[in-house]
Design a protein around this ligand. Structure first.
Ligand SMILES: [Zn+2]
Length: 161
């Protein structure tokens, strides 16, 4: 069980992560099952490394009893069709925001065996993957929600998230 970082003011949660250089290193191989255990204990469906104070491009997820080990994930395509869902986050306990995301995405990543993978995901799995990749880019649902609100109200905003 790894301690969670919580609060939108924590810098580790708001910075871009570094690529994992060796997915098969003992450090990473020991970390992955610990992340799964922590995610289960916290009743989450995903957990990104910055949430446990590790600034690496790495996340785990579990949807419909299938586990995903997303090492160095990159979303390579996003559908124009959007879906909105009420999202929560282990780093923002008790806070929920309606977040608009692509209905379908394609993600490339390295799996826990060090193999390159390409996954096309839709619906809830696509939402979870986008949420976790956001973490790896230093973006929390609070930030995304505020950006969405500004866009809807047609207010100017300086930089893309
Ligand atoms: Zn989260």
């Amino acid at each position: 069980m790894l301690p969670l970082v919580t609060g939108e003011d924590k810098s580790i949660l708001c910075q871009k992560t570094k690529l994992v250089t060796d997915p098969l290193s003992p450090e990473i191989q020991e970390l992955l099952p610990k992340m799964i255990v922590t995610m289960h204990k916290e009743h989450g469906v995903g957990l990104a490394a910055p949430q446990i104070n590790i600034p690496l491009r790495l996340a785990v997820a579990e949807v419909e009893k299938k586990q995903y080990f997303l090492i160095n994930p990159e979303i390579t395509s996003r559908s124009q069709e959007l879906i909105v869902s009420e999202e929560g986050c282990l780093s923002l306990p008790g806070e929920f925001f309606p977040i608009l995301r692509s209905e379908t995405v394609t993600v490339r990543y390295i799996n826990e065996k060090g193999l390159p993978k390409k996954l096309r995901a839709s619906g809830f799995l696509a939402t979870v993957i986008q949420h976790e990749v956001d973490h790896l880019d230093g973006v929390l649902i609070l930030h995304r929600f505020l950006k969405q609100e500004k866009k809807q109200k047609n207010l100017p905003y300086d930089q893309p998230l």
